[in-house]
Design a protein around this ligand. Structure first.
Ligand code: SF4
Ligand code: SF4
Ligand code: SF4
Length: 330
């Protein structure tokens, strides 16, 4: 192995939180820079797409792509990263599962454009002008915009991916784990894990969570985090607050529990779960026990309290879900 590896950091449809997560390595960034040269990272250093395009194929050791694939520019750059890098990591929930942008798969491109360019209160567009993929001025100068896709895609729908790092964004501890893995690899102490590995735990968040839970967990009511001040020691589900921990892969260190916030599921499902939303729905259905047990209408009233179930149960994984697959097959 060479003394140093090279890294390219590229974003697709991303909030840039994943770039910040890398910077958040703080003083450990120096350890990263001791083993790696960052050769392309437009958010962090002054590098241009033409610089990346000019690099020889497979000349970069590691490509880290974060963000979903929302448009043709995201897809083009994903292909360039694949072409130039020996190893590609889908970094963060958006790249691995479609993430928060993937919730848009519940609607259509047409609806999104109508909302943004017509019906939103702050929109002033009486002529209903929509973005065009190609536009020319009177002198024939052309302007091209990326094609906005009908649905949000995961990175591995458009290119071959070697490793996955979930979470929104990956936590400091997860980044330390990647740093250790790369340092050992550069020092010749160990090989990289098998292709397709999710660099996280095989367990669920409940296994990492320090909160007290009963032998048999039951949920007698459904409440929102804005309605009560939750007990900091007790399992959220037992307090009536939906927590996606039972349907979520561990490895993040359960930082949300420390902030007295329930798990939102950003690590996605474990390898055994086919569908994260389905898994948490089934977990909640098995523990929901209204005070007046056995009355169907009481259970229905409780279930009705779940506002925006799609957003709750598929917040990060809609483009990976059975729901999305079914919609595509229709
Ligand atoms: S995974 Fe989260 S932090 Fe990373 S780009 Fe997506 S929304 Fe932003
Ligand atoms: S459901 Fe949530 S609060 Fe309860 S043990 Fe699991 S992660 Fe912790
Ligand atoms: S506890 Fe849940 S929401 Fe918080 S970082 Fe971990 S997986 Fe994400």
């Amino acid at each position: 192995m060479a003394d140093k590896i090279t890294i390219a950091l590229k974003r697709g449809a991303s909030c840039v939180g994943c770039d910040i997560a890398v910077v958040n390595l703080s003083e450990k960034l120096l350890d990263l820079l001791a083993i790696a040269d960052i050769v392309f990272a437009p958010t962090l250093i002054d590098t241009k797409y033409k610089d990346l395009k000019a690099m020889p194929d497979k000349s970069i050791t590691l490509g880290i792509y974060h963000g979903a694939v929302r448009n043709s520019e995201n897809e083009e750059l994903a292909h360039i990263i694949r072409q130039k890098c020996q190893i590609v990591i889908a970094y963060g929930a958006c790249a691995q599962f479609g993430g928060i942008p993937g919730l848009a798969n519940d609607t259509t491109k047409e609806n999104i454009f109508r909302t943004v360019y017509e019906t939103t209160h702050s929109t002033d567009n009486p002529q209903k002008v929509y973005p065009q993929e190609e536009w020319s001025d009177d002198n024939g100068h052309k302007l091209n915009l990326p094609k906005f896709y009908e649905r949000v895609k995961r990175l591995d729908e458009v290119i071959d991916v070697d490793y996955y790092v979930p979470a929104c964004p990956p936590t400091y501890d997860m980044n330390l784990q990647i740093l250790q893995m790369l340092s050992d690899f550069v020092a010749g102490k160990s090989e990289l894990p098998p292709k397709g590995t999710v660099i996280a735990s095989q367990k669920i968040v409940c296994d990492e969570c320090p909160r007290e839970k009963s032998e048999i967990v039951s949920m007698k009511d459904i409440k929102y985090i804005t309605e009560i001040i939750p007990d900091e020691e007790k399992c959220f589900l037992e307090q009536g607050i939906i927590c996606i921990g039972p349907a979520t892969r561990a490895g993040c260190g359960a930082p949300c529990m420390e902030a007295n916030m329930p798990c939102r599921g950003c690590m996605g499902p474990t390898a055994e779960m086919e569908d994260q939303g389905g898994a948490i729905l089934s977990a909640i259905a098995s523990i929901i026990t209204p005070e007046l047990e056995g009355l169907d209408e009481d259970i229905l009233k409780l279930v009705d309290k779940i506002k925006d179930p799609l957003g709750y149960f598929y917040r990060f994984t809609l483009p990976t879900s059975l729901l999305d697959k079914t919609k595509q097959e229709e």
